[in-house]
Design a protein around this ligand. Structure first.
Ligand code: ZN
Ligand code: MN
Length: 482
């Protein structure tokens, strides 16, 4: 099948993904990392403001989290890490350098498997991870207006010094869609590890290198949303292809992605590594991490791919359902809790298809939803459905009501009259419909199949969806046959 949209022939994409780690304090100072709901410049100290004479102290938890990430991505953890200064001046970087890692990073050579990238779906691809290293987050610049027209910008140093793990891929990604799927997988893995919270604003920021047809690569900086990655890359590929088509060359440069307008803008010609004058940070000593690796490896939980395989084997559910259920660790845990107490296959359908659909529609996470609908509630709903106490429509109605207004299943069934009707009531409705729709009954007798669907629809309407269509079908045929 020919895909619509951006033509991605000859496209090579490599990503540098910066993920904020969920430590309590910053990477080199005791300031709290819980800044998302705080006033600007309230989580700061001499160190993260870069004041003269302030000294960094390494946060051990951040290093442990970094090692955990590296192990989960199948990397070779290095025996020793050394922090470097990456020198450049920018208002969000008050020291005039960023403390990062250079030739002694935490880890090298990992691998992430992604699925469903091809048109056919279900195709597995391996994306190589080149390296994983730690660095500090710079502050946040707030532009008044857009980046290229703003008269001034404001700076918030709450983010300055937040621990980042940077995950660098080889240029193995072949399309914007693959890049989006890769990021989703990465997010999923990091959340499984409990070191990352993808919903937080700016939790993951991506720089992307893109080249087309073996030409020069352009780097798009600071893409800060998952959707933004696909959009920015599509825009950039089209821009480069248009240049090539007109016989022009793609310059090696750094471009900024404008989230609001969905375009990339040239910022500066590409800087090279030597421009940064990397040198070892003299205020920090090299750190041997080889002794930590064994202990941290034992803390790695079951990861998405393993969980998916186990779900398929243990609960006999489809690959699609297993994919949908294991992407988000909170959904996976919810599913297992419910599945252990009721029909696991029925549960897969109701969590993966119905509940997830309702969450997407409301743009809420499972974490939020579980405050309103517990696993126990869900077990009750599915058991009622199995016993015919409620219909599928009734079950959906209960889930919606609980997500929107709370309450419990029994209360909602009573309040909304969702209990399935008994056979006497159904018989009454069927007979009434037959009586009121003589023409349709005759049509059906004359062999018109659609007439039956019409009659069933009328009964469903009369009973406000409290009967199961299959039952109604059966009874209508039976009554007409009499
Ligand atoms: Zn600080
Ligand atoms: Mn970086």
């Amino acid at each position: 099948m020919k895909s619509k949209g951006t033509n991605t022939n000859g496209v090579k994409i490599g990503l540098e993904c910066h993920a904020q780690l969920l430590t309590k304090s910053k990477l080199f100072c005791p300031c709290s990392t819980d800044y998302h709901n705080s006033e600007p410049n309230t989580h700061v100290c001499a160190t993260c403001l870069g004041l003269p004479g302030a000294l960094p102290v390494v946060n051990e938890q951040a290093i442990r989290y970094g090692i955990k990430v590296a192990l989960a991505l199948g990397c070779e953890v290095q025996p020793e890490i050394i922090f470097y200064r990456k020198n450049y001046y920018y208002p969000d970087l008050p020291k005039g350098f960023q403390i990062t890692q250079y030739d002694f990073p935490i880890a090298l050579n990992g691998l992430v498997r992604i699925e469903n990238a091809g048109d056919g779906g279900g195709k597995e691809r391996e994306i190589r991870i080149r390296r994983v290293h730690m660095e500090e987050d710079p502050g946040r610049l707030v532009y008044k207006g857009t980046i290229d027209t703003a008269k001034y910008s404001l700076v918030d140093y709450n983010r300055s010094g937040i621990p980042l793990v940077e995950i660098v891929t080889e240029p193995d990604l072949r399309s914007p869609k693959e890049a989006r799927i890769f990021l989703g997988k990465l997010r999923s893995i990091l959340e499984y590890l409990g070191v990352f919270e993808g919903d937080l604003e700016g939790a993951m920021r991506v720089d992307a290198n893109i080249s087309v047809g073996g030409g020069e690569r352009a780097e798009v900086k600071n893409i800060s949303s998952y959707k933004g990655v696909e959009r920015a890359l599509s825009f950039e590929i089209t821009r480069q292809k248009n240049l090539l088509r007109r016989g022009l060359v793609v310059k090696q440069e750094t471009r900024h992605y404008d989230e609001v307008r969905g375009i990339t803008i040239s910022m500066r010609t590409k800087e090279f590594e030597h421009d940064y004058r990397y040198f070892p940070e003299p205020d920090l000593v090299p750190i041997r991490i080889s002794d930590l690796v064994g202990e941290i490896r034992r803390e790695i939980p079951e990861l998405p791919d393993e969980k998916k395989r186990r779900f398929i084997a243990q609960y006999s559910i489809t690959r699609e359902h297993a994919n949908a259920l294991t992407f988000d660790i909170n959904i996976a845990n919810f599913y297992e809790e419910v599945a252990s107490k009721t029909d696991a296959k029925l549960c897969a359908t109701w969590v993966a298809d119905v509940l997830k659909g309702e969450l997407n529609y409301r743009a809420i996470s499972m974490r939020e939803a579980s405050k309103r609908i517990s696993a126990e509630d869900f077990v009750v709903i599915l058991n009622y459905l199995k016993r015919g106490v409620i219909t599928e429509r009734g079950a959906t109605e209960i889930i919606r009501e609980m997500l929107d207004r709370g309450g419990n299943p029994d209360e909602i069934i009573r309040k909304k009259g969702l209990a399935s009707i008994d056979s006497a009531e159904m018989e009454k409705a069927v007979l009434a419909v037959i009586k009121e729709n003589k023409a349709a009954v005759d049509d059906f007798k004359a062999g018109k199949k659609e007439a039956l669907n019409f009659l069933v629809g009328q009964v469903m309407k009369k009973t406000r969806g409290r009967a199961t269509p299959q039952e109604v079908h059966r009874m209508v045929r039976e009554k007409i046959g009499e």
